[in-house]
Each structure stands twice: as structure tokens, then as C-alpha cells.
Design a protein around this ligand. Sequence first.
Ligand code: ATP
Ligand code: ATP
Ligand code: MG
Ligand code: MG
Length: 872
Amino acid sequence: MRILKTQTLRGPNYWSIRRHKLVVMRLDLEELIEKTSDQIPGFYDGLIKVLPSLIEHHCSRGHRGGFLERVQEGTLMGHIIEHIALELQELAGMPVGFGRTRETSTPGVFNVVYEYVEEQAGRYAGRAAVRLCNSIVETGTYAIAELEQDLADLRDLYANAALGPSTETVIKEVEARKIPWMWLSARAMLQLGYGAKQKRIQATLTQNSSILGVELACDKEGTKTILADAGIPVPKGTVIQYLDELENAIADVGGYPIVIKPLDGNHGRGITININSWAEAEEAYDLASAASKTKSVIIERYYQGSDHRVLVINGKVVAVAERIPAHVIGDGKSTVEQLIELTNLDPNRGEGHDNILTKITVDRTSLAVLEKQGHTMSTVLPAGEIAYLRATANLSTGGIAVDRTEAIHPENIWLSQRVAKIIGLDIAGIDIVAADISKPLREIDGVIVEVNAAPGFRMHAAPSQGLPRNIAAPVLDMLFPPGTSSRIPIIAITGTNGKTTTTRLTAHLYRQTGQVVGYTTTDGIYIDEYLVEKGDNTGPYSAGVILKDPTVEVAILESARGGILRSGLAFDSCDIGVVLNVAADHLGIGDIDTIEQMAKVKSVVAETVKAEGYAVLNADDPLVAAMAQKVKCKVAYFSMNPDNPIIIDHIRRNGLAAVYENGYLSILEGQWTLRIEKAVNIPMTMGGMAPFMIANALAGCLAAFAQGVDLELIRRGIRTFKPSADQTPGRMNLFNLGDYHVLIDYAHNPHGYQAVGGFVRNWEGEKIGVVGGPGDRRDEDLILLGQISAQTFDQIIIKEDEDTRGRERGEVADLIAKGIVRENPHICYEKILNETEAIETGLSMANQGSLVVILPESVTKAIALIKPRISN
Ligand code: ATP
Ligand code: ATP
Ligand code: MG
Ligand code: MG
């Protein structure tokens, strides 16, 4: 058994609309294709010994043990790999459940699809599952040590990818509110929402956090001065830079007890509190001075009381925690050392800031603190007695937090809210030392020792005691006040042909509203009329460029098959999903072999439309019209035929549609007909002669109308959208060369050839075709291109693409020729493999009134050949 390819999906996809995080593993069962699990001696017994917890998998049986029954009775290895990949993740603490295994058209090759929580761990689980299974097949077992190593690696991968505790708190609420989020590529910044509606955060700093406020908070002395000026109680203190100033400073603050700390410190580094003698003061001075970049040291009066953190968000106190320094409680028999070990066993305690609590570590500071209390590490503490290991209450040095949100006195709330405003912070953590937070600070000689920008959330979201507080909610209420959206309209467009044309048209229609439109196509990524990046941009990366851009107010995204299969859509929902058509193209690529499977791929776009949005579907294409059954949103149809029964029925139910009627492109809204414009006045329809362009125009207008664009603006847009070689190269570019005309078009599959043929057959003069086709298509598709060419043209030149996409030179041309002869053995045709030569020959054959149709590999090259010949 061998993994051929692994893909990671991150959005709505072919396998599931709802489950975005899936691994797709293409697996060659090799010789195991011959055997189901019951035919491999010892496999079942080996498997249940290694992974007994598989008993929990219901599988298709719908009851506990269901999956193991299937293994016992005999099932194929792909299916077993799926369940093991899921179970390994489950055992490593990542809950997953969804899986599918499907045969491909290649014998012995399967697609094994399963859910993941973290993508690296997900892919790892697949590889481990194959290892495990191969081993059971070959040896009857898998070493326990191996399994344990796999699980340890999986846990590591999971832990490494974990968000910080504050960020995780925010993201949980973001997801609960269905706000999309993504990482920006630098500085651990997160984007919440899309385009112009996005907001950014970084830990607990937001884009509203003022740089002035943050810098003031980081300057402890400045903060104290400004607060003192506002009449807010702060510790009496002074700043010195030399040891010989210490004695005076102590006198200035009123004598012992005092606190000494670095001016520019944090996390309690370099602080000594409750100093009662000159010797202690000297030592504390050295410690603080060493911890300060500027060698500046604060001397402060020591205030009795415990440490409180008041969290103010957007002007309101939202949580209060009392912080208790790292400590142990005696049991009458254990030493301090043993008690610390015991305390650290708490699974909530981890290293650094990653966990709810941090492990207690013993260093010189803690030994000194113990000594002050008359203890050493080997003291046996009497039952119930507390020994502190730190003087300060930072969680990161092992302290704990107790929720006091309900206890705080209203006057202290008022005070804290003023402090946050005075410092100028949208999110502020205010450190208060007070004996009892339920009394006004002034009465009990409490003080505000510091204001923190970017305060940690974990002590409020997961206090050691008391109620957890949802502090992410006020953050999000601030960034996205109730009633404002985090999203911009997204219009996604798919289909076999016409995506780029319709995307460009829709963007042009939307531009009439004056909004900034971002759109992606096979030609490039655009914002307004400017090119951001050239090239085929129809996958999730390009959609990401648009959705991340803070100037974009509307996103219009060509969503091609390749991107959907490779990684799923880049967005979790859209407002409008347009499906233009589904035709035989790209079949046999990416395990999509039938047109029905292709329809399922394109249907992902329609099924991703949110409930209030519209799927814009082609009523003339049965596979597309049938998608109406699967969507959860409203449906709007377009059709070239106002008598199409689907349209008639839809209108009767007061539905929305767009049709081509009596020479007009019209919107139907229930019984009302709103005429947009006559086809002959719409340049892209080539005077109404290109029926498929009318269809594309209907789809674009309908998408814009359904999303609320004013009909008058749509009308203006459709009149000014020109399929010129400059605006839409390769899309029905008609050139007048005086005596004859040349049409350059990008058609490269039978459906496209038919479409262009629809126009060409309307041409009165002689029709010369310069035709070809991409080498990675099926033989039958290339033969069909030949047949359609024979139906369309009077004379044909067959050329080949420079990139033969894996075929022998001449093979594509032979297949096309075969189709031509099959259709009409008498037609005049010639093979000239070189595209430039073929085009030159085609042009030289033109007579008065001829139309030379060029369907080139390189549109740019072809246009460059024609342009110099234009006479006027
Ligand atoms: P953090 O990064 O955790 O905010 P820090 O290094 O910024 O810590 P401070 O907040 O100034 O330092 O002090 C840490 C703790 O020391 C305070 O929360 C408080 O418990 C205590 N403390 C500081 N100054 C005084 C004081 N004047 N009187 C009493 N206790 C104090
Ligand atoms: P690609 O898959 O290459 O990105 P696309 O779907 O973006 O193609 P366009 O670039 O808009 O399609 O058009 C390419 C060609 O497909 C056109 O030049 C025309 O020949 C043909 N075509 C466009 N619209 C339709 C349609 N509605 N029906 C059939 N063929 C069409
Ligand atoms: Mg502090
Ligand atoms: Mg395209």
C-alpha cells in the first residue's frame, strides 16, 4: 500500500460543504486490492490489539462496534486507513469524525478522505495509519513503542500549532459569531472579517489601540504622573539612577516598608516588595538596576493588600481578578519541595504562557521569599499553612487568579473606567493593590500600581477559582458593533466556459455603483481597473488576496475547478454563487471522470451560498438547473428561452430570473418583466450574433440585480462593457482587416467550440478556422473538436499548442483531423503544427468577406500578429 498524493482542503469542497478541514489521500492499495480484511490472516486480531478504541466507531452500521464488524466481515484497506487516521487524531486529543473513502477510475487506487483539526497533524495521521496497517498486514502487529511515538508526535504537532491563550479566547468567540478570520503573513496579526470590513488584532491589542496609549502604559512613571494629576490614587514614589540617591529617595516616600522596581520592567522581573531594611534595599536596588535598560529604578511606598487586575474594554469594566502569588498549602507531612511537585502535577499548569496556569519554578527569588517566612525547601508545613514562593502575583511565575468581578465596588469601577480613558487604551489591564476590592480605594488606602496595554485574558477566561468571564464578547462588540457586518459581498462564479467573461462583466456592472471591486480571473487579480498580479488566479490564494485587501468593498471571484479540488473554496460562504454551465472538459483530471462528478464540483459554489443569498443557475443546462435541489439559499435562473418550463414554473412562484425575450435581455421578477437592454445595443453580444455571450450577460446582470445593484446602473454597465482585445483579450475579439475579418477566441473545449460556432454560423461570407486543442484532454474530446470544426468552417487549418501537455507532437492534430473526416470527409483541411505559421497561412487564404477564426494557444501572440494588419 502506498500514498500517491496528499491534499489538504481548507474550505467548502467536493466531499463536504460543511466540513472544511479535510485531508484527501490518494492511496494505491497495490497487492492489497485483491484482499479484504477478512482474507488477511490475523489482521482483525492484530488491529483490535493495537487500537482497541476503534470499538467506538459506528461506521455505516450506526451502532458501537459497527466498524469492527465490517473489518471482521471483510472491508478494503482504504476504508480501514480512513478510520485509523481518524482514531489516531482522536487518541492524540483532536476530536474528529468525518471520513469517506471512494474508488477512483484507476484500478486499486482510492481517495481516502478524513477530517483534521490541525493540518500537519492531519497529514501525519494519514502516513501513520498506512504505516500501522502495513505493519499489521505483514507482521500481525504494530509495536506499542511505535504507536506511542506516533501519538506523541501528533500531540506535539497539535501543541505547536496552538494559539496563545488570549488569542484562543478571542477566536472561540469569533467562530461562534461566524466571523471569518485568517492569519496575516507577519507579526502574528489576525484579520477578522473580509476586505474593507476587516479588523485586525494581535493578542489583545486591536487596531483601535492607540500607539500613544500603549506607550504611555509602558512608561510606568509617566502613567503614575498623569494619573496622579487626575487625582487617582497611585503609589507615592520617585525614580533614581544612582545608588547614592537611594537614601534620600526612601525618606521621600516616607520610609520603610518600600518597593523597588525597574522603571521599564514587566512580568515582575527585578521587583522586590515589602523591603524593611537598608541591606535589603541595597540588594533590591542592584536587582532592579540590572533589570532596567536605562538603569532607572523606582522607589515606592509599599502598600498592604492583594493584587487585583481590573480589565476595562471599550470603556467598561468587564472582569476583575484577584491574583495570588505562587504558593503551596501544608498538609502536615510533606516538605515544601514535595508540595511544589504535587502542585505542579495539576494538568492546568504548563510552561510559560501556554496553559491556564504556569508551573511553579524554584529559583533564588523563591528561596529568598521562603526564607523571609522562616522556611526552606525542606520545611514540613503544618496542615493548612500557606507558604509563598513569590512576592508578586504574576500568573507566569506560578500565581493563581480568583474571579472578583461581582465583588468590585462601584466607585472602583468608575475609577478604573476613567483610568483606561485617561491613559487612552481600548483594552486596559489595571493593576490595583488593595486589601479589599469591594471597598472604595480611597477608604482603604488602595492604589493603582500600573496600567497594562495588551493585558492577558487567561486569568479572566479561565480563573483558578470563580466564574469564567466571556471577555472576548466585549472586544468583538467594540470591533464590530451590533448591526455592522464583518463581511463584504462575495460573488463566486463557476462553470466550464464563460467564467472570466462573466466575472469581468459583473465587476464592471458593480463598478457603476462607485464601490471598490476586487476580482480574480484566469488573467489576473484586479482591484478597480488596476492589475494586482498577472496569471491564472482562480484558486484560494488569489481569492485570499482580494478578501484580505482592506480597500475592497465587493469581491467577485472566478472559482475554477482546479482550486476547488486542490484546496476547497477560500471562503466559508458567499452571497451569490453563479454556475454558468457544465460541459465535458477537464474530464479524467483529478479523479473527476464523468460530467456528473464535474457538476458536483461546480455545485460546491452554489451550495456555499448563504441562506439569504442567491444561487444564479443556468436553466438551460439540466445539470446546473438540478443544483437548485441541493442549495440552502434562494435560486435565480437565467435562460435564453423565456418559455423554458423551469423559468415558467419559477416565475409562477414569484421567483427571480433573467431571460432573452423578443431581442431583449430582461429581468423577470414574478409577473413583472424589467427590460435591461436590447441585445443589439450590448457590445459583448456582437450585435446579438453571439448567443453564448447573451447567456453570459444574463448571468452577470442577474447576479448584480440579485445582490441589489440598481437596474439603471446595470443598464449603463452592460452598454459600456466591451469585449475588445484590450479589455478582454481572447474573448470574441473581432478585428476588421478591410477586406475580411478575423475573430480571435480562447475556446478550447467542445462546448466552447460550439459557442463560437453559434456566432460563426451567423456569418454570411466564407469561414476559415485555425483550430487546435490542449493535449491533456481525452481523445474523444479532441475528436469532437474536429467534428464541431467541420460543422462550423468551410476550410480548416489544424495547428498544435507549443505545450503538448504530455502527448507526442502531432497526436492532437491527428485526433482533430480524425474528427473532421468523420464529420465531413470532403472538407478541405491542412495540418500546420506551428501556430504562427498556421495563422499566417489562414490569413493568406482569406478572400473578400471572409471570416478567419483563430483559436490560439497564445492569445497575446495571435493578437500581435493581427494588429499590424489592421488598415485603418
Ligand atoms: P507585570 O508585568 O505582571 O504587570 P511588572 O513587572 O509590570 O509586572 P508591577 O506591575 O509594577 O510590575 O508590579 C508587580 C506587582 O508587584 C504588582 O502587581 C503588585 O502586586 C506588586 N507591587 C508593585 N508595586 C507595589 C507597591 N508599591 N506596593 C505594593 N505592591 C506592589
Ligand atoms: P477558463 O476555464 O479558461 O478560465 P472561462 O470559463 O473563464 O475559461 P472565458 O475566458 O470567459 O471562460 O471564455 C473562454 C471561451 O469560452 C470564450 O472565448 C468562448 O469561446 C467560450 N465561452 C464563453 N462563454 C461561454 C458560454 N456561456 N458557453 C459556451 N462557451 C463559452
Ligand atoms: Mg503589573
Ligand atoms: Mg477563466
